[in-house]
Ligand binder design. Structure first.
Ligand SMILES: *Cc1c(COP(=O)(O)O)cnc(C)c1O
Length: 363
């Protein structure tokens, strides 16, 4: 063990598959297609492959790099680009993906041109902002005009449907009323273009409560899910659902102990700022046994969002490359060279899988 590389994230692909299957079955039952979003685990190709094997309608990412990695690894897709394409990536977007989310006429024009150059028909979903204030058309007339233009004037685009995103920036809850509003928009467009839309895409993991509560508006037929699959913690911790049928530990962070000593719990000397220029509060609990780990904020960003699996261990703080944990009350004796394990949340999975210092290991 001493010669193995740490820190690492171990990915249990069976647990990931189980989580996809559980979410997919619940969506299927209610006529909702599952788009598997891979950006939550940085599009690790082995994970993307599992999304494909589970039979997702589309494999989606906000980053074309992750889709390119998936293709290089042998994943067939089909792929969806879920961030509004940059004008500089429309050619690549058309080449690598079958469908993309859009909210700008300029972007649609550029995509249409790129598709024409490649002799392809690229599908688009027009995004509508229902109040979360990230991406999407705000003005309904502008939306209608863009829809009509896509339908009539853009020969190499196919208007597949509309979608929305909630609970990302503005923390807006995807209530039945909000999603009904989305269906209303779809029907407004359908009346204008004289045909029905294939896709009404009702959001991300924050929309899962509508599936769990079985009150998803009838016409919503797609969700784009990442967090609820890779982590499955938000549904439990933020929305209060029983998620015991899902694994919350498909991704586990492991780091090596490099120092174990008894030290004061309160810093000794004049208190200034920490490594990141922040004022910190320290509680004096006397002399305590603590361990120093060889990983830090560079690897996971938030030390209060990594959760020790070992009982009685508490994360005290961290700098770029070090993490300090209190082990005074640990049930197991911890020594230099030991490996300490942590479960993660969505944010820390994203950071840890993105860190070039962290090795990804499969089990
Ligand atoms: C990230 C993203 C998703 C998936 O979000 P999760 O919270 O991981 O389910 C869906 N749609 C869009 C547009 C996104 O950017």
């Amino acid at each position: 063990m001493i010669n193995e590389y740490y820190p690492r994230v171990t990915v249990n692909l069976q647990k990931l598959r189980h989580n996809i299957d559980e979410i997919k079955r619940r969506c299927d039952e209610q006529g909702v297609n599952l788009v598997g979003v891979i950006k939550g685990c940085t599009g690790i190709p082995q994970c993307t492959k599992v999304f494909e094997q589970a039979g997702c309608q589309y494999i989606a990412s906000s980053r074309l790099e992750q889709i390119r990695d998936a293709i290089d690894y042998g994943v067939k897709g089909p792929f969806m680009l879920i961030r509004i394409p940059m004008l500089c990536e429309v050619d690549e977007a058309v080449r690598l993906t079958e469908i993309s989310l859009n909210s700008e006429v300029e972007g649609l024009r550029a995509l249409n041109q790129a598709a024409k150059r490649q002799g392809k028909i690229h599908k688009v979903i027009l995004m509508i902002d229902l109040g979360d204030l990230r991406e999407g058309f705000w003005d309904r007339d502008e939306l209608l005009e863009a829809a009509l233009m896509t339908e009539k004037d853009m020969d190499n685009l196919y208007l597949a449907g509309i979608g929305t995103n909630l609970g990302c920036y503005g923390s807006i809850v995807p209530t039945v009323e909000k999603l009904d509003e989305l269906v209303d928009c779809a029907e407004m467009i359908e009346a204008k273009i004289g045909r029905s839309l294939d896709i009404i895409s009702g959001g991300a993991s924050t929309s899962m409560p509508r599936i769990f509560d079985r009150n998803m508006p009838e016409r919503i037929n797609q969700l784009r899910i990442g967090e609820a699959i890779v982590n499955a913690k938000d549904s439990r911790d933020l929305f209060g659902y029983d998620m015991s049928f899902m694994y919350q530990d498909a991704f586990v962070l492991k780091a090596m102990v490099i120092e174990v000593k008894d030290k004061p719990s309160h810093p000794v000397g004049e208190i200034g700022y920490d490594a990141f220029g922040m004022k910190q509060e320290y509680t004096d609990r006397g002399i305590r046994r603590r361990a120093l780990l060889a990983l830090g904020k560079v690897d996971y960003a938030f030390h209060d969002m990594i959760y020790p699996i070992e009982k009685g261990v508490e994360v005290l703080g961290a700098s770029s490359d070090h993490t300090i944990v209190d082990i005074e009350d640990a049930t197991k004796k911890i020594k230099v060279g030991d490996i300490m394990e942590f479960t993660l949340c969505y944010a820390t999975i994203v950071y840890a899988t993105n860190s070039p210092n962290v090795k990804i290991v499969f089990e």
